[in-house]
Design a protein around this ligand. Structure first.
Ligand code: E4P
Length: 217
């Protein structure tokens, strides 16, 4: 499973990239707002840090303007994936931009039928939002499973990008289901390394290293 980080914070992106854990980045208008940066400038800087796909979202709601914005975003770097919302206009923009050779991430997906449409429009990525479904008493993981089944039934190549991830267990469950990609906030990605028994075991080893004076270098 590929790991994307869901942030426009360049310091956090650099830190995870230096750990060798990053396959790409997703941003959205709220994350751009949080960064306090100009969308073009911050997206360019992110593309210079990470070689994998960097999702940058359009602001328009009609297809013609989404296409124009998508073309401008795609010029920032060869690794831009233009993010469009899952509306009929977004699907139209997806088809046009995909036909021009641009990666497209169709976002704000909350149903299996929406994901089916995105695949038919040739999307590179479909972004089902797990956390926001869970927040509203649906089961976000059920949606990931349904999309996996549908895409496998018909051999769609659109990659399932599990989004709106809130917990480390979401990551594990998405991996078990077979999501192609997950995008999560930096804190969730770093928390994947945590285990109380790792900390306890390391403390015991460090005690023995100290008391026995074990040295390698
Ligand atoms: C995905 O691309 C979105 O940016 C993101 O995962 C949304 O997550 P949220 O529901 O935590 O805002």
């Amino acid at each position: 499973m590929k790991f994307f980080v869901d942030t426009a914070d360049v310091d956090a992106i650099r830190e995870l990239n230096d750990l060798g854990l990053l396959d790409g980045v997703t941003t959205n208008p709220s994350l751009i707002k949080k960064s306090g940066r100009n969308i073009i400038e911050v997206t360019k800087e992110i593309c210079e840090i990470v070689s994998g796909p960097v999702s940058a979202e359009v602001t328009a709601t009609d297809a013609a303007d989404m296409i124009a914005e998508g073309r401008k975003l795609a010029k920032i770097s060869g690794n831009i994936a233009v993010k469009v919302p899952l509306t009929l206009d977004g699907l139209k923009a997806c088809k046009t931009l995909t036909d021009e050779g641009t990666m497209v991430n169709v976002t704000l997906c909350f149903s299996a039928n929406q994901a089916l449409l995105a695949a038919k429009a040739g999307a590179t990525f479909i972004s089902p939002f797990i956390g926001r479904l869970d927040d509203n008493s649906y089961d976000g993981l059920d949606l990931i499973q349904d999309i996996r089944t549908i895409y496998d039934n018909y051999g769609f190549e659109t990659q399932i990008l599990a989004a709106s991830i809130r917990t480390v267990n979401h990551v594990k469950d998405c991996a078990l289901i077979g999501a192609d990609v997950m995008t999560a906030p930096p804190a969730v990605i770093k928390a994947l390394a945590n285990h109380v028994l790792t900390d306890k075991g390391l403390d015991a080893f460090l005690e023995d290293i100290k008391s026995a004076g074990i040295k390698i270098l």
